[in-house]
Design a protein around this ligand. Sequence first.
Ligand code: SAH
Ligand code: SF4
Ligand code: F3S
Length: 441
Amino acid sequence: MSPKNLYIQTFGCQMNVYDSERLSHLLAARNYRLVEDPAEADLIFLNTCSVRQKPEQKVYSALGRFRGFKKRKPELIIGVGGCVAQQEGEALLRRLPYLDFVLGTKELGRINELLDDLETSGKRGVATALNGRVDPYASLPFFPSSSKATAFVSIMQGCDNFCSFCIVPFVRGREVSRPFEDILEEIRALAAQGVKEVTLLGQNVNSYGNRRPGNLGFVGLLEAVQRTGGIERIRFTTSHPKDLSPSLVEAFATLSKLCEHIHLPLQSGSNRILKRMNRGYSREEYLQKVLELRRVCPEISITTDMIVGFPGEEEVDFRATLEMIEKVRFDDLFSFKYSDRPHTRAALLADKVPEEISRRRLMELQAWQRESTSQKNKIWEGREVEVLVEGQSKTCALENMGRTRTNRIVNFPGKIHPPGSLVRVRIEKAMAHSLRGEASL
Ligand code: SAH
Ligand code: SF4
Ligand code: F3S
């Protein structure tokens, strides 16, 4: 039987990237192979994100485009998965008559059942149970396969924090950690396939294992990954500042493979807004954690997420956020205009910030951060760093592209190194979003 073509479009965070890989693995067993052109596809799957309005709208415009494909090729199957699928469920099938199935965030394994129904009776299906604290990966066939130097590994699913702006707990369900051994088995298999760097994923990795009696917790997991032969670098994301433990801070000094980078979302620099966001820490506590991290690991790169225009945010709150950017000097920062999400408590707050004010604040904040990022990148000029080569540069195939341990992209010309090579590179110039260098002899 000739293979069928699968096109997956992934939106949102790295957890969706991981889930898309698992889904393509499941579908490979049904004789689907990945293609890069949706026009060639027999099955189009959109793995979606609903964290803000913008990514959600992107999903609908992509669906509008694929609807045209189906007019030309009626046997084309179109499915939606991920967080918008979880959020909307059956309503999506009602609204979009050309859609064939909806697959929730904890039901990846039911893709086979949905496709069987479609193939045998043409029945359009929905699988969106959130399943309490059940590990959604435990029932899937053994993964992984990878031809790359780097890989993501989800170590937990869901979130119990209920930050007042955030939809994730409603679309990913309650926090559940994967068993220690499942994760290690996956990482050992990745290492055997040549993967050199793993990024452990979760909405709040710091609380890994808290609800699994007898589990060793997140630092225990990091120590076990450190002992895995073949793995050279370990990263993780995301950390919640309130759960950043002293032992995790110490791990940056003691675990040689743990890269000197932490993504530590602050969200706002104002204590009043942090409280309304239900974040569970103050700006002073956050600053204290930054100091501790820099004490044990002076070179550590600290990146963050920030929201402007949260309901009730006054000019003084926004100034407090800018002040934190000045005080902490983040290596990089992702900033967002607050966006109302279904089910969240913030959506019910009355004092919404007008769009033009949020827009102005976002632009001002980004200007401050550009300054900070560029200063932080400049520090690397003239220094020699270790780069893990991931492939060739996007803009120039004659150059290598890789990352420093502090997660900066480095492009360097000369001999092309295979992905997975660790190369010493002398940094010549800091650009806005990357570094340029020359391989050292
Ligand atoms: N688990 C991570 C964040 C996941 S969502 C954490 O705890 O920080 C990624 C980022 O999207 C968040 O850090 C936040 O900055 C942003 N975000 C989430 N909900 C948002 C909303 N309703 N409006 C604007 N930005 C939002
Ligand atoms: Fe959302 Fe907060 Fe959970 Fe992060 S910790 S996923 S921001 S509820
Ligand atoms: Fe988006 Fe879902 Fe990730 S809402 S950020 S894809 S967990």
